[in-house]
Design a protein around this ligand. Structure first.
Ligand code: B12
Length: 358
């Protein structure tokens, strides 16, 4: 399944000054200022889709960078994200519904189970509505059973499934399989499916698109969508994943002990991080691709470096896991790949050329 071409154009009509002003509102968690600016742009005639995609999305990505690099606390990130959510709702409400005939039938937009990044899916839903589709947002962390019950009640033409964290790929698979059992195709999206959507393909999604405008273009051009995906998840993966689920609490406990930050360093939430790392490892085994785990280690390396946690903490965590998970073949192989990626990046860091004198 080839990725659909992106139609999200680079920010068009909004000047850097406008975007910087919005980022300042987010930095101060100034909801009133942000709402006045965002809704004011719509009132001035800037397209609501452009305000969502060229103002709110880049500002929210910048929020992510500031948090990931330790310049912002988690509380600052939460406050700014909340303001972005308020603005998304207000911009969509200010735009109203487009006129003209809409394709019959509904798109249900849902975040996979365990996925609390609601803003990307919410923006997708609003963009689909702005383009004239009937789209309905089910929210974050949509349990598979709840999704199934909604599908049987409402009978949509397609489910747009959002996965931001690769750690949630096994849950995404449950969602895709449940939709298929109900005869409903799935359009997958979000960075959790991999940069080119290859994990969406492995899970049997019927299409993958990287962003909201691409999804709107695709659905408008090929309505109604069809079932065509075929999952490549094999029994080896599902058996090892089941093995993992039985041991997860014990593994989180052991790994969390290793995550403990040395005295004098900024503390990091150990159990959450341990759980996330383990879930990424298991998700990689599920789709049989060690890159899920090695990408996750890169994320942690950056996260720790920004918080002056020594890289040896991560090496020790992976070594502890390798000792504790010697049985299942794929877990062992993915842990070995993780250890190799850590020593390669440590080697690169150790061979940085010295800056020229003076
Ligand atoms: C805000 C935020 C949160 C908020 C979410 C608030 C909310 N209501 O949404 C909260 C605080 C809950 C959160 C929690 C966590 N987060 Co967070 N978060 C972010 C942040 C800063 C912004 C996300 C966002 O809104 N981006 C802007 C969106 C709108 O842009 P976009 O992705 O381009 O959107 C498009 C596509 O995604 C696409 N799309 C999305 N879904 C779909 C579906 C379909 C069908 C289609 C077609 C398209 C599509 O369309 C969108 C519009 O065009 C990102 C950083 C970042 N750079 O994104 C981290 C980030 C995603 N989080 C991260 C992490 C690790 C976590 C936690 C695990 C942290 C922890 N240890 O607890 C938890 C996990 C919570 C959970 N279980 O879900 C990491 C993920 C790293 C990784 N790759 O593994 C990131 C990348 C931060 C980082 N650099 O470290 N987070």
């Amino acid at each position: 399944m080839a990725e659909q071409p992106m139609s999200g154009q680079p920010p068009a009509g909004l000047s850097p000054a406008v975007r910087a002003a919005f980022e300042r509102h987010l930095a101060r968690a100034d909801a009133e200022g942000a709402l006045t600016q965002a809704v004011g742009l719509v009132a001035e005639g800037v397209g609501a889709e452009s305000v969502l995609l060229d103002l709110i999305v880049p500002a929210q990505r910048a929020v992510g960078d500031k948090w990931a690099t330790g310049r912002w606390t988690t509380a600052q990130e939460h406050a700014a994200s909340h303001v972005s959510e308020l603005c998304t709702a207000a911009v969509a409400a200010a735009a109203g519904r487009p006129h003209g005939p809409a394709p019959a039938g509904e798109v249900v937009v849902a975040c996979v189970e365990g996925e609390w990044h609601t803003l990307p899916a919410r923006i997708l839903c609003e963009v689909l509505r702005l383009r004239g589709l009937h789209a309905r947002f089910l929210g974050g962390d949509v349990r598979t059973a709840e999704l199934v019950s909604d599908l049987h009640r409402s009978g949509p033409e397609v489910v747009a499934l959002s996965c931001i964290l690769p750690a949630r790929l096994p849950q995404a698979y449950q969602g895709v399989a449940a939709c298929h059992r109900a005869g409903i195709p799935v359009l997958a999206g979000g960075p959790g499916f991999g940069r080119t959507g290859r994990w969406a393909d492995a899970l049997g999604a019927d299409g993958y698109v990287r962003d909201a405008p691409g999804a709107a273009d695709l659905l408008m051009a090929q309505w109604p969508p069809h079932l065509r995906g075929a999952a490549s998840v094999d029994t080896g993966s599902t058996e090892e994943y089941a093995w993992f689920l039985g041991r997860r609490p014990e593994l989180v406990r052991r790994t969390a002990a290793r995550f403990a930050t040395p005295p004098g360093r900024e503390s990091v939430p150990t159990a959450d991080n341990a759980g996330y790392l383990l879930d990424c490892l298991a998700a990689g085994v599920f789709v049989d691709d060690p890159q899920v785990f090695t990408d996750c280690l890169s994320y942690f390396a950056e996260f720790f470096a920004a918080r002056t946690v020594p890289p040896t903490v991560l090496t020790a965590v992976v070594a502890t896991l390798a000792e504790s998970m010697q049985g299942p073949r794929r877990f062992a192989a993915h842990l070995e790949a993780g250890q190799r990626s850590l020593s390669t990046s440590a080697g690169r860091a150790g061979h940085q050329p010295h800056p020229p004198p003076g």
